[in-house]
Design a protein around this ligand. Structure first.
Ligand code: NAP
Length: 247
């Protein structure tokens, strides 16, 4: 790799974010491992990357809080310089209920993670990216924006809005050579799904043409591809990582 780019992966203490951070660490990026509550886990992710010869450090911030975002980006800047590749991955709880049982706050909570956080981060990062005429944003979406299902409306609405941000930002920032893409995973079991019913898991797998669920490393491979210098002309796209479950 020509230059050691600085990448920030939000919500990288566990799950898909941790796998993305590890993979980008192995690829030679300087990896800012963001966490909000789980410092021990984030430190372990960073230490694992360093143990394999990479560069990484854990940085705390609630990405839905502007003061936290500003403080974290300043800390990263003081450590390595400005973030050049942003992976918007962090998520909170994702409730599934009929519409009558949601409050507006349930919708606002999803919008906080999938719109407010990326907006806060990009409003801070866009000036240095424009100045460098280089930048990449990888938004972690979901296959549910291609394959709607009921009782998940706050999450699906917010992820759909994130896809809207991906495409409009690709248009808006293209003139500065800044590429914005989305990775849309299928259902990939992480710690969060430890209480999933085996019947639900089997029913999902039965529909996937490739006959399996993904693993976090499948998403990490896609992120690795999109983070490379050589894929800079790919922008405004959504990549589903789901074994042909959606087109
Ligand atoms: N797994 C799937 O099946 C799947 C499918 C489609 C899309 N996705 C998307 O992939 C992304 C990751 O999902 P996941 O399954 O890996 O989730 P996860 O295992 O629940 O991980 C979420 C991460 O977000 C962090 N986090 C929570 N609140 C935060 C905050 N306020 N600020 C910063 N970080 C915060 C958590 O760390 P702390 O404990 O430190 O807060 C944790 O590391 C999400 O955007 C999700 O919607 C996942």
């Amino acid at each position: 790799m020509e230059k050691k780019r600085v990448v920030l992966v939000t919500g990288a203490a566990r799950g898909l974010g941790a796998a993305i951070a590890r993979r980008l660490g192995k690829d030679g990026f300087r990896v800012a491992v963001n966490y909000c509550h789980s410092q021990n886990l984030a430190d372990k992710v960073a230490q694992g990357i360093i143990a394999e010869g990479g560069e990484a450090k854990a940085f705390r911030a609630d990405v839905t809080n502007l003061d936290d975002v500003k403080a974290m980006l300043a800390e990263i800047r003081n450590t390595w310089g400005s973030v050049e590749i942003l992976v918007n991955n962090a998520t909170g709880p994702q409730p599934e209920r009929p519409l009558e049982e949601y409050s507006w706050q349930d919708f606002a909570d999803q919008i906080d993670f999938f719109i407010k956080a990326p907006v806060y981060l990009m409003q801070e990062l866009i000036a240095p990216m424009k100045q460098a005429r280089w930048g990449k944003v990888i938004n972690i979406g979901s296959e549910v924006t291609e394959n709607y299902r009921p009782i998940f409306s706050p999450y699906i609405a917010a992820k759909s809005a994130l896809l809207g941000l991906t495409r409009t930002w690709a248009l808006e920032f293209g003139p500065w050579n800044i590429a914005i893409n989305s990775i849309a995973p299928g259902w990939i079991p992480t710690e969060r799904h430890s209480d999933a019913e085996s019947a639900d898991l089997e029913a999902y797998r039965a529909k996937v043409p490739m006959g399996r669920q993904g693993v976090p490393e499948d998403v990490a491979s896609a992120a690795s591809y999109l983070a490379r210098e050589e894929t800079n002309f790919i922008s405004g796209q959504q990549f589903c990582v789901n074994g042909a479950n959606t087109f």
